[in-house]
Design a protein around this ligand. Structure first.
Ligand code: NAD
Length: 499
């Protein structure tokens, strides 16, 4: 078993706290390594070193910073298979999914190559005689990123890419569950030309997080994870005057109208509900067919598709549909929620509660489950399950269906499947949810748009990646300047003219 390290000031360093967290291979249930849990002192030192490294990086010509991003793209492509293997080993997702995780992160690094354009300020010529006004977008300084387990490459890159491209230094705390890929990415950034200390990866738990939140040096905090922690991080970070964006959990509804192409809708639901074992914040976890006839057709189309799903370790081949969930505790929680659904009266149409995989009995596998006749008061409806469980809530009308999604406390993503443009347009316009798909089940916007939910799925103002990320990681300074030629013509008078 290996002891993982931190990545500080351009190199791997041992943890000094004496505390460690176990990292598992979820497919076998074995402990494969231990991640050091940073102490207050280690965290403060990593932040102080980042603060020392930042000014030179922040003052650098943005084109040169963009070249680091360009080199990073090449290096990630070079090491794609190595990164994907490390990712699957700790997370459990299939290799194609791991490549997708890396690819969606890489696309944000590509977007960041455009930083010089995105960082251009505004200019007003001759706001008064000899007077010009211009604005600059300057880095915040040192920022912190606190990351979830479910996308160990994509989530860090969505934050580190724009933060660095804007000239900040970043202290990133990966999830305790799968810290290896963020460490490897930090090493690659240094190979790409990033100065040492500008990107620190510090493993840890609440002790490190709270130290980051209370630090006087940290100017901005980006968090992605579950809603209770997002809410906690947002209030603690903003209480000390920091800028914060905290992305939380989800319960994404897909409405299936009677006129939908049922094969297309069922294929979409199976991919969006069960892919990555349902451990995606954009997974569809609730299907809402409109009308009993639509519901019956949908269930009939779903069941054979779900029964064909292949569940297994990433090493079993690229045709696996999904792997294990991340920990034994996650598995127990999911099975507990499935039992609560049965106890509370939902109909378990596909039941894999006794699922077991020969040779992997200690792995954290959960088979696919499908519920019908779910009602909004049930725990399987109110809570984010984050597992391979799809709940069907039958709606009597379109209004009832849209009302369900609107009334749910989460507002990350949603989708509607229909052939009717009018209904789709009405849905997109009225729904109080941040990301909407029309005949698209997981509407994750591309890197040059922004990603973020509403309601309890997001705390803060600015979204992830796209133009919002460049706003989040910079602050605006506006300069009003007067030069003598305007003064010569009678400064006082002309100042009045400007008003
Ligand atoms: P989590 O909230 O358990 O952990 C996220 C991070 O917070 C980790 O780095 C963890 O160490 C830290 N943390 C946990 N408890 C803490 C505490 N008490 N104090 C300080 N820090 C603490 O989330 P997770 O299980 O790693 O990730 C899954 C969740 O993330 C799901 O709810 C999913 O929907 C959500 N998610 C949301 C988005 C989005 O963009 N909205 C994207 C990906 C994942």
């Amino acid at each position: 078993m290996q002891d993982l390290k931190h990545f500080i000031n351009g190199k791997y360093v041992n943890g000094a706290s004496g505390r460690f967290g176990d990292v598992f291979n979820p497919a076998t249930g074995e402990v494969i390594s231990r991640a050091p849990m940073a102490s207050v002192a280690e965290t403060e030192a990593a932040v102080a070193d980042a603060a020392a490294a930042q000014p030179q990086w922040g003052a650098m010509n943005p084109q040169k910073r963009a070249r680091v991003m360009m080199a990073m793209v090449g290096l990630m492509n070079r090491d794609m298979e190595k990164l994907a293997e490390a990712l699957s080993r700790e997370h459990g997702k299939t290799l194609p999914d791991a490549r997708g995780d890396l690819q969606r992160g890489l696309e944000v690094v590509e977007f960041c190559i455009g930083a010089p354009h995105l960082l251009k300020g505004e200019f007003t010529d001759s706001a008064g005689p000899g007077i010009d006004i211009y604005s600059m977008k300057q880095p915040l300084g040192v920022v912190a990123s606190i990351m979830p387990f479910n996308f160990p490459a994509m989530m860090p890159l969505w934050h580190v890419g724009p933060a660095l491209a804007c000239g900040n230094a970043v202290v990133l705390k990966p999830s305790e569950r799968d810290p290896s890929v963020p460490l490897m990415l930090a090493e690659l950034f240094v190979e790409a030309g990033l100065p040492k200390g500008v990107f620190q990866v510090l493993n840890g738990d609440k002790e490190a997080v709270d130290t980051l939140l209370d630090s006087d040096i940290i100017q901005g905090v980006s968090f992605v994870g579950s809603t209770p922690i997002a809410q906690y991080i947002y209030s603690r970070a903003t209480a000390s005057g920091k800028r914060a964006q905290c992305f939380g959990g989800a319960k994404n509804h897909m409405i299936v109208m009677p006129d939908a192409d049922m094969d297309q809708a069922a294929d979409a639901l199976v991919g969006a509900g069960y892919g990555a074992a349902g451990e995606r914040c954009m997974a569809i976890s609730v299907a809402v067919p409109v009308g009993d006839e639509t519901a019956d057709r949908l269930i009939a189309a779903l069941v054979p598709r779900i029964e064909k799903l292949k569940v297994g370790p990433y090493t079993a081949g690229e045709d696996m549909d999904f792997g294990p969930v991340v920990t034994a505790a996650a598995k127990q929680r999911i099975l507990g929620l499935i039992q609560s659904g049965v106890d509370q009266g939902a109909k378990l149409v596909v039941d894999n509660r006794d699922f077991s995989l020969q040779g992997y009995e200690n792995g954290f596998f959960v088979g696919p489950h499908l519920f019908d006749n779910v009602t909004p008061d049930m725990d399987i409806y109110t809570q984010e399950i984050f597992g391979p469980v799809l709940s069907t809530v039958r709606a009597g009308s379109y209004e009832e269906a849209i009302g369900l999604a609107m009334d749910h406390e989460y507002g990350n993503g949603t989708a509607i499947f229909t052939r009717d443009g009018d209904t789709a347009r009405d849905f997109a316009s009225r729904i109080n949810i941040g990301m909407v798909g029309v005949n698209v089940p997981i509407p994750v916007p591309l890197a040059y748009h922004t990603f973020g939910g509403w309601k309890k799925s997001m705390f803060g103002d600015l979204n992830q990646h796209g133009p919002d990320s460049f706003k989040f990681y910079t602050r605006t300074k506006t300069v009003t300047s007067r030069w003598p030629s305007g003064m010569k013509e009678g400064g006082e008078f002309h100042f009045k003219a400007m008003d």
